[in-house]
Design a protein around this ligand. Structure first.
Ligand code: ADP
Ligand code: MG
Length: 238
């Protein structure tokens, strides 16, 4: 695998909580500039998969490679430094500092000199420039999702993992996020996104994996997924 520069490779990932196999032998490779969607019912292991890939949780089994470099078992901060950035299902912002300072704080390990300009660019892309001096706690839920994504962009990552970043946001904010994901992808970034909104999945994902009970049960294009009878019955409610 040394010569393999695939941005993200997950091999045989597994994690149990008590008797529950939250993630059960998941294998997944994400190619450069690919946007892969992860869908599946609540409790199917999507967030746990992200936690394992980023070192947020220790693995029971499996291996993780970033850009051809194995990071299995390394602490989350080191895996982050290797080029992966993620959002959390519940935004992990600094409530009592400004929007702009939340962005600058995310750049700690990055390029300090470039950070102010980068923050300005990110605020413009995400249309949050007008609230730059507001505290994060003063933002709407949707704006907090934008800022959470903005903090990821500040880190200049090679691979981005988004955990339900459009859940519960208004259509206009969803549109901003969708356009930003496309723009960041076009700059060379690879995405793995947990997404419940099938319209969003259809619009941005090159490939979709369907999880159930910790396992990848179906994988394919949007049409392949939505034409799959098992997926229709179990996950799409048709
Ligand atoms: P999803 O993101 O697909 O909704 P999760 O990965 O959050 O699913 O959860 C998968 C399973 O693992 C669920 O049964 C959940 O209750 C369990 N689980 C997740 N995180 C923990 C934890 N930290 N401790 C105990 N059980 C957990
Ligand atoms: Mg989840």
């Amino acid at each position: 695998r040394d010569a393999d520069k695939t941005p993200l490779v997950l091999e045989g990932l597994a994690k149990s909580f008590g008797g529950v196999k939250a993630v059960d032998d998941v294998n997944l490779s994400v190619a450069s500039r690919e946007i892969v969607g992860v869908i599946g019912p609540n409790g199917s292991g999507k967030s746990t998969l992200f936690n394992l890939a980023t070192g947020t949780l220790p693995l029971d089994a499996g291996r993780v490679w970033l850009g051809g470099i194995e990071v299995t078992g390394q602490p989350a901060w080191r895996i982050a430094r290797a080029g992966i950035a993620r959002t959390f299902q519940i935004p992990s912002l600094f409530d009592n500092i400004s929007v702009r300072d939340n962005l600058l704080a995310a750049a700690v390990e990055g390029d300090w000199k470039g950070a102010p300009q980068r923050a300005t660019d990110v605020m413009e892309m995400l249309e949050i420039g007008h609230v730059r001096d507001n505290l994060a706690s003063e933002l709407s839920g949707g704006q907090q999702k934008l800022l959470e994504f903005g903090r990821v962009c500040m880190r200049d990552p090679a691979v981005v993992l988004l955990d339900e970043v459009t859940a519960g946001v208004h259509l206009n904010i969803r549109r901003i996020i969708l356009n930003a994901i496309r723009k960041v992808r076009d700059s060379g970034v690879t995405f793995l996104v947990i997404e419940h909104d099938m319209e969003m999945v259809r619009e941005i994902c090159d490939r979709i994996v369907v999880m159930d009970a910790g396992r990848v049960v179906v994988e394919g294009s949007f049409d392949e997924i939505t034409n799959n009878v098992e997926v229709q019955q179990a996950y799409l409610g048709r």
